[in-house]
Design a protein around this ligand. Structure first.
Ligand SMILES: Nc1ncnc2c1ncn2[C@@H]1O[C@H](COP(=O)(O)OP(=O)(O)OP(=O)(O)O)[C@@H](O)[C@H]1O
Ligand SMILES: [Mg+2]
Length: 423
């Protein structure tokens, strides 16, 4: 038997025969024995005292051993090892009792032999081992839970870190690029304005020359004029300058869009027009949309402004748009629509694509941090996790409708009032 300390096992012997009790006192003399001469008194003692094992005679007055055993297990809920003592030749009864949860059995014929002590020690050992195994299993389960929780927390912390780095670096990158473009943009714009004025003056002077010199223009100059096709050049100058100014205007818009998108300075919630955010996010993906020949349908509704962290909302829209662009084949359609409820307390932004859809096996995981179906290097699996968190931060909702082979719609609902706003 495995004994961890000097504890002498306390054994309840339920036995009505005084003679057999005396035999137990001899064969089980190494144990602390307590006797009960009926099933009822045995159960009473078990209900109030601590025992390590029960030796249970099968044939008892009024209540048989199997009844006592089932009451030990079911009524008292005790998980004690029980050794059954049957009359000689009742092995089949003993087997039934083993099935009911007895640990071992001996027959009355064994009472004088060392078999009784061996059965008791064996049952105590098995029980001790069972308990140790259960304890180890519990401990293992607890450790596993702890590890899983720690892993989840670690992943979340890592995701937060990557998210804030991703957002900050994206914002800084965008703001940096916008700033860098702004410099040459301003001097090219100035130069074009000066060029416009000067070229017009030069053209006017040339027209004067022609008017005053008429037929006296030297041949070499006339030939040079012909070679350069001067009338065409002079006529075309205006168009060239106009389209250059338009080009610069477009660059200016893009830079303003980039600045708008990054909105690094806006740490607080502000009232913003969701349609502006969509325009700003679309500006960022215009190149990808053109490259894939995607048909973009914008359906902006008449929506009230929302209290938002502008930069974060832009990030959300960009994430969903990029997912749609990456998911669809060339020439597909992406629709962006906004709307509001009749009370104008909520704004809905729906971004739909007619791409491959999201299969059920993936659907439950897409908002988990680091879940991606994209090849390594293409997706970090943080886009929708960030999106979910930002929408939560705005006390909003994000819903998904998707059908394999038909397409996907992400629907973001944002409240137009802050929770503390009076209605
Ligand atoms: N419109 C969509 N159509 C089909 N699948 C989508 C769509 N949007 C998201 N998914 C699926 O959801 C997954 C998770 O998207 P999520 O934006 O979180 O990560 P990612 O795009 O893989 O990587 P990241 O955005 O971090 O670069 C994607 O890998 C993709 O399988
Ligand atoms: Mg993504």
């Amino acid at each position: 038997m495995i004994e961890t300390d000097a504890h002498i096992p306390r054994i309840l012997i339920v036995e009505d025969s005084r003679y057999d009790q005396l035999i137990y006192q001899h064969t089980l003399r190494d144990f602390d024995l307590v006797f009960a001469d009926s099933g009822e008194t045995g159960l009473e003692r078990l209900a109030t005292e601590e025992f390590d094992l029960v030796v249970l005679d099968f044939q008892l007055p009024r209540m048989n051993g199997d009844q006592v055993l089932s009451r030990i297990r079911e009524e008292l809920g005790l998980d004690l090892p029980v050794v059954i003592v049957t009359g000689g030749g009742s092995e089949s009864v003993a087997v039934d009792l083993l099935k009911q949860g007895a640990y071992d059995y001996v027959t009355k014929d064994d009472l004088h032999t060392p078999r009784v002590a061996a059965a008791v020690r064996g049952a105590l050992d098995r029980h001790w081992l069972d308990r140790a195994r259960r304890k180890a299993e519990d401990e293992l389960r607890r450790r596993k839970d702890e590890l899983e929780t720690a892993l989840r927390q670690l992943q979340e912390a890592q995701a937060h870190l990557v998210q804030s780095e991703k957002m900050a670096s994206l914002g800084q990158l965008v703001a940096g690029v916008a700033h860098e473009i702004n410099n040459p943009l301003s001097y090219v714009s100035n130069n074009i304005a000066v060029l416009d004025r000067d070229v017009r003056q030069v053209a006017a002077i040339m027209a004067d020359y022609r008017a005053h010199c008429g037929a006296n223009i030297p041949d070499a100059i006339r030939e040079a004029e012909d070679r350069a096709d001067l009338p065409y050049v002079l006529n075309n100058l205006d168009r060239l300058l106009r389209s250059s100014r338009q080009g610069l205007e477009r660059v200016r818009e893009i830079v303003a869009g980039l600045r708008d998108f990054s909105r690094l300075d806006e740490a607080d919630r502000k009232l913003i027009d969701p349609n502006d955010s969509i325009r700003s996010a679309l500006e960022m993906v215009r190149y990808h949309i053109r490259q894939k020949g995607i048909h973009l349908v914008a359906d902006p509704g008449d929506v009230p402004p929302c209290w938002c962290f502008a930069g974060k909302l832009n990030q959300v829209l960009l994430n969903i748009l990029m997912n749609a662009i990456q998911a669809v084949p060339d020439g597909a359609t992406i629709t962006v629509a906004t709307g509001t409820n009749p009370e104008r307390t909520e704004v809905e932004i729906a971004i739909s694509d007619d791409g491959p859809g999201i299969p059920d096996s993936v659907r439950g995981k897409i908002f988990d941090p680091f879940f991606t179906t994209k090849p390594q290097g293409l997706g970090t699996g943080l886009g929708l996790w960030i999106t979910y968190n930002v929408v939560q931060e705005h006390q909003g909702r994000i819903d998904l409708e998707s059908e394999v082979g038909k397409g996907t719609t992400f629907r973001i609902t944002l409240p137009t009032r802050l929770p503390c706003d009076p209605a």
